[in-house]
Unconditional design. Structure first.
Length: 166
C-alpha cells in the first residue's frame, strides 16, 4: 500500500509571488544551489500556456543514506522530479512526478496555491509507491518522511527568498 505525502505551508505574499518563488527559473536555481544536495541541477525549464514545466535533479550522498537503503542501493541516490504548474488568477495548480535512481517505483503529487484569509496557502498531497517485495513498505515510509522534510525545507527557503525580495 502506498505511503501518503501531505504538506501545507502559508505565505504572506500573493499567490502570483509565491507561484514565482515555487516555479520561476531564478528561484529554482537558487533553491537547488542552497538545498538541492549533491549534483543538483535544473535539467529542463519551459514556459507553457498559463504556466511552467521543469525537471529537477536532486542528490543524496551514499554516506547520508540509512543502512537499510544502502543495503539495497549502492552509491549516491538521485531524485529526478518533473513538475508542471499553471497559474489562473488567485489559484495555481500543479502536478509532480519523481523517480529515485535504482529504486523501482514512483512518487506522485498534486500541488495547489490558493488565497485564504489574507494569506497564500500551499498544499501538496501525494504518494510514494515502491515495488520491492518485503521491504518496499518500509522504504515507502522512509521516502515519504524524507520528502515531507524536503518540502518543509523548500517552503522555508521560498519564504526566505520572498522576504529578501520585499
Amino acid at each position: 500500500m502506498p505511503s501518503r505525502i501531505e504538506h501545507r505551508a502559508e505565505f504572506t505574499q500573493s499567490v502570483s509571488e509565491v507561484f514565482a518563488a515555487q516555479s520561476s527559473e531564478p528561484a529554482l536555481r537558487a533553491r537547488l544551489n542552497e538545498i538541492g544536495g549533491d549534483n543538483a541541477a535544473l535539467l529542463d525549464y519551459a514556459e507553457i500556456p498559463g504556466g511552467v514545466r521543469f525537471q529537477l535533479r536532486q542528490g543524496v550522498g551514499a554516506e547520508k543514506l540509512p543502512s537499510a537503503v544502502r543495503s539495497l542501493h549502492r552509491g549516491d541516490l538521485f531524485v529526478d522530479r518533473q513538475e508542471s504548474w499553471t497559474l489562473n488568477g488567485e489559484t495555481a495548480v500543479g502536478t509532480a512526478k519523481a523517480t529515485v535512481s535504482g529504486v523501482p517505483g514512483e512518487i506522485t503529487a498534486r500541488t495547489a496555491l490558493s488565497s485564504e484569509n489574507g494569506k497564500t496557502v500551499l498544499r501538496i498531497t501525494g504518494e510514494v509507491k515502491i515495488r520491492i517485495p518485503i521491504v518496499g513498505g518500509k522504504l515507502e515510509g522512509f521516502v515519504a518522511d524524507q520528502i515531507t522534510k524536503l518540502l518543509a525545507r523548500e517552503a522555508e527557503y521560498s519564504a526566505q527568498w520572498l522576504a529578501e525580495r520585499h
